[in-house]
Design a protein around this ligand. Structure first.
Ligand SMILES: NC(=O)C1=CN([C@@H]2O[C@H](COP(=O)(O)OP(=O)(O)OC[C@H]3O[C@@H](n4cnc5c(N)ncnc54)[C@H](O)[C@@H]3O)[C@@H](O)[C@H]2O)C=CC1
Ligand SMILES: CC(C)CC(=O)C(=O)O
Ligand SMILES: [Mg+2]
Length: 367
């Protein structure tokens, strides 16, 4: 029997997880998937219960599981504690310990939400963009890091952005392979845009050179372009449909994917898969713990529910159940149900719902 470990975490994590788990249980029954679910603590709740953001027991359960579903971690309650044991470090550690180097973030616009975005409908209609973000290296992990006191008594914060050729090659391969798959499925040319800051950062100069060599050696059928990260931020808003697959490092991918989320109407719509070299994955919404709306039944659970679909597709290779969830999400949007983040006050026929009601509506479509 395959196992899924659910890690609700903090803030809105438990609320969105309750809805996502109900959906996972429903498809588990409906498609006879034989999945067994377990839970554990991560993030702030784990600090409260066990003193660390990633207890050994949680990591052991995650290693033993076939897939992990995560809500979100962090919040103001833990912002002041010793930096090395903050909730976010637990998240970085589980990604690193499980070798989840490839973070796939899909910004796909549901046509029903064309008016929810602040961009003009013609700029975003039909948008289906994949950001491939390197997840276990770069500046979020580089050493040395810290805040030190200089000889003159002034403090200095420092981090280190490092990438080895092998790390760049393996994420590049993921991006090129997925570009080929998408091209075949969509009948379009395969294209990858590699985002760097090679004009000022040596580490991303190596990134760019490595992508070029990889493309020349193994992916001559894929069109490879390059863009500086600052321009990429601008181009994403100006003309997002120029991109198909974007590949970039940990920090640039973090920033670009939050930006891309808004093209779909809300960060509450963006799911993600974080994969290791063998297809094992952790699945999570791209957003954080949203302390400003936590505990108020206002969170959009769809990014987490869509992350369940990604889990079924990528780890369990069960396309029918993944597609059923995505269809159910589309159906509730067709019915006009909207959480606050995707509500368009000017559109008629929409109903404002909470997290629970949105999750239950998806569930009803599945049954
Ligand atoms: N993967 C994770 O666990 C992540 C954790 N964080 C942590 O989360 C905490 C809050 O970080 P923020 O920068 O505020 O980012 P955030 O993504 O939690 O929230 C940003 C804004 O988006 C809204 N939002 C986020 N998810 C939503 C949803 N599902 N439905 C409706 N609205 C939603 C929030 O209400 C807020 O206004 C911090 O402690 C941060 O470190 C941040 C990003 C990712
Ligand atoms: C702890 C952060 C790196 C989480 C985050 O913002 C993300 O992965 O998108
Ligand atoms: Mg982020």
């Amino acid at each position: 029997m395959a196992t899924v470990l659910t890690l609700a975490g903090d803030g809105i994590g438990p609320e969105i997880m309750t809805q996502a788990v109900a959906v996972l249980e429903a498809v588990n029954d409906k498609f006879d998937l034989g999945l067994s679910l377990e839970t554990a603590d991560i993030g702030g709740i784990a600090i409260d219960n066990a003193g660390v953001p990633l207890p050994d027991e949680t990591l052991a359960k995650a290693r033993a599981a076939d897939a992990v579903l995560l809500g979100a971690v962090g919040g103001p309650k833990w912002d002041g504690i010793e930096r090395s044991i903050r909730p976010e470090r637990g998240l970085l550690k589980i990604r690193s310990e499980l070798g989840l180097f490839a973070n796939l973030r899909v910004a796909k616009l549901y046509p029903q939400l064309a008016n929810a975005s602040s961009l003009k409908p013609e700029i975003i209609s039909g948008l289906d963009l994949l950001i491939v973000r390197e997840l276990t290296g770069g500046i979020y992990f580089g050493e040395p890091r810290g805040i030190r006191t200089l000889d003159n008594g002034e403090q200095q914060g420092y981090n280190t952005m490092v990438y080895k050729t092998s790390e760049i090659e393996r994420i590049g391969k993921v991006a090129f392979d997925l570009a080929q798959v998408r091209a075949k499925a969509n009948g379009t040319p395969a294209k990858v845009c590699s985002v760097d800051k090679a004009n000022v950062l040596e580490v991303t100069e190596l990134w760019k050179q490595t992508m070029i060599k990889l493309q020349q050696a193994d992916y001559s059928d894929v069109d490879l372009s390059h863009m500086y990260a600052d321009n990429a931020c601008m181009q994403l808003v100006k003309n997002p449909k120029q991109f198909d697959v974007m590949v970039t490092g940990n920090m640039f991918g973090d920033i670009l994917s939050d930006e891309a989320a808004m093209l779909t109407g809300s960060i509450g719509m963006l799911p993600s898969a974080s994969l290791d070299e063998h297809g094992k994955g952790m699945y999570e919404p791209c957003h954080g713990s949203a302390p400003d709306i936590a505990g108020q039944d206002k969170a959009n659970p769809l990014a987490t529910i869509l992350s369940v679909a990604m889990m079924l597709r990528y780890t369990f290779k069960h396309e029918a159940s993944a597609a059923a969830i995505e269809q159910a999400v589309s159906d509730v949007l067709d019915d006009g149900l909207r959480t606050g983040d995707i509500m368009d006050a000017d559109e008629t026929g929409l109903t404002l719902v909470g997290c629970k009601q949105m999750g239950e509506a998806v569930l009803a479509k599945l049954s």
